[in-house]
Design a protein around this ligand. Structure first.
Ligand code: MLT
Ligand code: MN
Ligand code: ZN
Length: 304
């Protein structure tokens, strides 16, 4: 009997934005609720998605600083033999923010895998000696050009899709008021003719972005803030979502409106700890779900 081969599988290793949920130094209402175990909220680690096409080799999209904890919580990614082993064959970097790259330091125990990144992000690593803990003789660094599909292990194909974004926080010039364009990408991962897109940072859903996302069967999309001025209103920061490189969920230019026409299964990811969609019974959560969007959570499995 020929068994039908199961399609690709995506596992949300982390669903939160930079800082996680709760964030160590945040006493906002939601962070307090989750610290006290309120059943309406669930703790979340910083954004990362693992994808497999064949159930054997996995590509990790985004190396979150919480990667060690995420791997501990995910039996699918545990070693399969008694010696040193990992099902992770590749890691792709989609941006230079700390919540995308710091997890590389967690993978420093001389385990071979391939690190895929565009030139600008390989430069960030090359300029920071601490990343030399990933011995290039063990961890191969492969430069990928945007929009150029590359085979990346198992039967997965990876393509970086350019997204409107901004330079990582640590590269912003002091006193800058405008966002400076910087390397920011979505990862398109394909297997068995199925398309998964992971886009954790997108500052503007332009017609070009919509075109790139149109072929997705599953779209994990930037759900950082519900309203553009959420951090300002909460008294927790001076920047709008857009200024931080993240289009808001609501509003005329927001994800709910702009992504409404896409046929994909749409899942909001990279959710900031101030975002009311984290609260299961909030009006905002109901609004998102009524619009046909799901809210990612740590451990969420999406089979295609
Ligand atoms: C962001 O997406 O704006 C980042 O998470 C900021 C960071 O944590 O480096
Ligand atoms: Mn981030
Ligand atoms: Zn908070």
């Amino acid at each position: 009997m020929i068994e039908r081969q199961a399609g690709p599988l995506a596992v949300v290793l982390g669903s939160a934005a930079g800082g996680g949920f709760p964030q160590w130094n945040c006493g906002c209402r939601l962070c307090r609720l989750v610290r006290h175990g309120d059943p309406r909220v669930q703790p979340a680690t910083q954004a990362s998605v693992a994808v497999t096409g064949d159930g054997k080799d996995w590509l990790v999209v985004g190396a979150s600083p919480d990667l060690r904890q995420q791997l501990s919580q995910t039996p699918l990614l545990w070693p399969r033999t008694e010696g040193r082993d990992s099902p992770i064959s590749g890691v792709v970097l989609t941006g230079g923010d700390v919540d995308v790259i710091a997890g590389l330091l967690v993978l420093r125990e001389r385990q071979p895998f391939t690190l895929f990144a565009p030139a600008a992000l390989l430069k960030v690593l090359a300029e920071n000696d601490v990343f030399n803990v990933l011995d290039p003789a063990v961890v191969r660094r492969v430069e990928i050009a945007p929009l150029q599909p590359i085979s990346c292990g198992g039967n997965l194909t990876l393509t970086l899709l350019p997204m409107p974004g901004k330079v990582p926080l640590y590269q912003e010039r002091a006193g800058a008021t405008e966002p400076e364009a910087g390397p920011s990408y979505a990862a398109l991962v394909q297997a068995d003719g199925r398309n998964i897109v992971v886009a954790t940072a997108c500052a503007d859903i332009s017609p070009a972005v919509l075109e790139q996302l149109r072929g997705a069967d599953v779209l994990f999309f930037d759900g950082t803030l519900f309203t553009d001025d959420e951090m300002i209103v909460a008294g927790l920061g001076g920047k709008t979502a857009t200024r931080m490189g993240h289009v808001p969920i609501s509003g005329p230019h927001g994800a709910l409106v702009r992504l409404a026409e896409l046929p994909a299964r749409r899942i909001l990811l990279h959710i900031n700890n101030t975002n009311p969609i984290l609260l299961r019974d909030s009006a905002e959560r109901r609004q998102v779900e009524a619009a046909g969007f799901e809210v990612a959570f740590d451990g969420m499995e999406v089979r295609l």
